[in-house]
Design a protein around this ligand. Structure first.
Ligand code: NOJ
Length: 553
């Protein structure tokens, strides 16, 4: 069933067309603009792009409220521009993943308009209705504090419709076979236009049993298998990357015991523990989270990330741990969101400290899975807390010190470009960083190259190394007789550590592949080293003849 496992060792870059590059000067990013930046992305080493929603939409949830699945929003261009873009990406060896938002539609979608206008419409059962207001209508909101209910009265038909998210996003009745068939049709359509798969939005809600009588929604996992099968019958190397923020014991049900469901899932569990480690210099919960998510089918893969376009959800941490992260990275209420998370970008969270940024990203590139980098993070972009909710971290890409950061020629960008303070475009932009060999941008490019040359991380088995200090995370990956060892120091102080590199014979020579120097073990096979504050090391264990041992080159 699986034709290609490219996603096991890939580098994914996620972006919103709307805020990436505006080619026609109307203030809104578009596909022609994105196309002009493909060489930039190829140069960075990216080999897969994940596009946030760009289909026709009233845009009340940044495109996650789709009103036509078979078209692109005219503000971003035409379907023709889209195909030019996928073709351009293909020429450069870059695969395109797109968001698939099928838990709900916009309330402006013609299906919903028909469904509410006529109870006998064939679309009525495509949504979830209740004659009375269900008793649990004020439970299960995804955006607490902003969203008031999960059941809203439709004035037209006099009944209540279910919406897991905002009230303008009515849930589709995904148990309806016609809805399922339509989802396959949507996937088939975009596959035909050159995409290589989907980041599937809100997967646990897509497969949950829905309705007023449902007390404990059961997950309809078979649906995932049918999505997956359809996709691979149509195009063997296409994948689904699931957004499923679930507890570790449920992960395997999403991957499928034999890997027959989702190929990839974001690792939210590790993400939260990682931020706790950055805040507290205690890596034990992170190590535990890694262990808890270690088991997965051979073909399954984690998507690892630091920040994304949503809030940093800390809902899984204990209250004390969460408070620790808030204190360190988001002390003001205005920086927090939905009672559980942080809405800032990473660079301001870390006080713009380049050492900490490099530590965080080096860690992301070396965690088990495939890294997903968010646009702008390669230059350490900031946020604009004056903007509401999650918009603060969705400002336009800063290309140069031209007006509006070179993002648009218009003086009315779709969202304000950050122009003030330490993250303003006049000094923080791609053009400046390109010229500076020590910049975040050039460092990121080097890291991505190194990560791709370390397929052990994407493919192999990891073990945690005992470095004798809870503030230091040591990892070793083994794959096909090759091994990579990484060490990260979370302390703001230099540390002196002693460790064994592991491996069957115990590796005595660690060859530096990042910014340090080689390390030779003592007679007892122990490595001694001093690591600077927030420092990191990447080594190849077992010698450099790894190139000879790699079977894919
Ligand atoms: C998850 C997306 O990441 C988020 O941005 C969106 O608001 C919800 N799903 C609803 O589609």
């Amino acid at each position: 069933m699986i034709n290609d496992l490219w996603y096991k060792n890939a580098m994914v870059y996620c972006l919103s067309v709307e805020t990436f590059m505006d080619a026609n000067g109307d203030g809104v990013g578009d596909f022609q603009g994105l196309q002009r930046r493909l060489d930039y992305l190829a140069g960075l080493g990216v080999n897969a792009i994940w596009l946030m929603p760009f289909q026709t939409s009233p845009g009340r949830d940044d495109g996650y409220d789709v009103s036509d699945y078979y078209n692109i929003d005219p503000r971003y261009g035409t379907l023709g521009d889209f195909v030019e873009f996928t073709q351009g990406a293909k020429q450069r060896g870059i695969r395109v993943l797109i968001d698939l938002v099928v838990n709900h539609t916009s309330d402006q979608h013609p299906w919903f308009k028909e469904a509410r206008a006529d109870k006998n419409s064939r679309f009525r059962d495509w949504y979830v209705w209740s004659k009375e207001k269900p008793a649990n209508a004020d439970e299960g909101m995804v955006f607490p504090g902003v969203q008031k209910t999960t059941w809203t009265r439709d004035e037209k038909s006099g009944e209540y419709y279910f919406h897991r998210f905002y009230e303008f996003q009515p849930d589709l009745n995904t148990a309806n076979p016609q809805v399922q068939a339509e989802i396959l049709k949507i996937m088939g359509f975009w596959i035909q236009l050159g995409v290589c798969g989907f980041r599937m939005d809100a997967v646990p809600f897509v497969i949950a049993e829905k309705g007023a009588d449902v007390k404990t929604p059961k997950a309809q996992f078979d649906m995932l298998r049918s999505f997956r099968e359809f996709l691979q019958w149509r195009k063997g190397d296409s994948i689904i990357l699931a957004e499923a923020n679930v507890v570790p014991k449920e992960n395997l049900q999403y991957f499928g015991d034999d890997g027959e469901r989702m190929q990839m899932m974001f690792n939210f569990h590790v993400n939260q523990a990682l931020f706790y480690a950055l805040a507290s210099a205690d890596t034990r919960p992170l190590g535990k989270a890694m262990k808890e998510t270690q088991e997965r089918p051979q073909s399954g893969q984690w998507g690892v990330f630091l920040r994304n376009h949503d809030e940093l959800d800390l809902g899984r941490l204990s209250e004390g741990q969460r408070q620790r992260v808030f204190d360190a990275f988001a002390p003001d209420k205005n920086m927090q969101l939905y009672d559980r998370g942080i809405r800032r970008r990473l660079a301001p969270m870390l006080g713009g400290d380049i050492r900490r940024l490099k530590l965080a990203y080096s860690l992301m590139y070396s965690l088990p899975g495939t890294p997903v980098l968010r646009y702008g993070d390669e230059i350490g972009m900031g946020d604009d807390l004056k903007l509401p909710e999650r918009n603060c971290a969705r400002t336009p890409m800063q290309w140069s010190n031209e007006p509006n950061g070179g993002f648009t020629k218009s003086d009315k960008p779709v969202l304000p470009v950050i122009s003030e303070g330490p993250y303003g475009y006049s000094h923080l932009n791609v053009a400046f960083q390109r010229r500076d060999s020590e910049s975040m941008l050039n460092w990121t490019e080097r890291m991505i190259r190194m990560r791709k040359e370390a397929p052990e991380i994407g493919w192999g088995t990891f073990s945690l190394l005992d470095c004798g200090d809870a503030g230091v995370l040591g990892m070793r990956y083994d794959w096909r007789n090759n091994a990579v060892v990484t060490i990260h120091n979370f302390h703001d102080q230099p540390v002196e550590i002693v460790f064994k590199a592991g491996g069957e014979e115990g590796e005595t020579l660690l060859i530096d592949i990042a910014d340090g120097s080689d390390s030779r073990a003592d007679e007892q096979g122990r490595h001694h080293m001093v690591i600077e504050p927030y420092g990191y090391r990447w080594y190849r264990a077992g010698g450099l003849d790894y190139l000879l041992k790699r079977s894919d080159i």
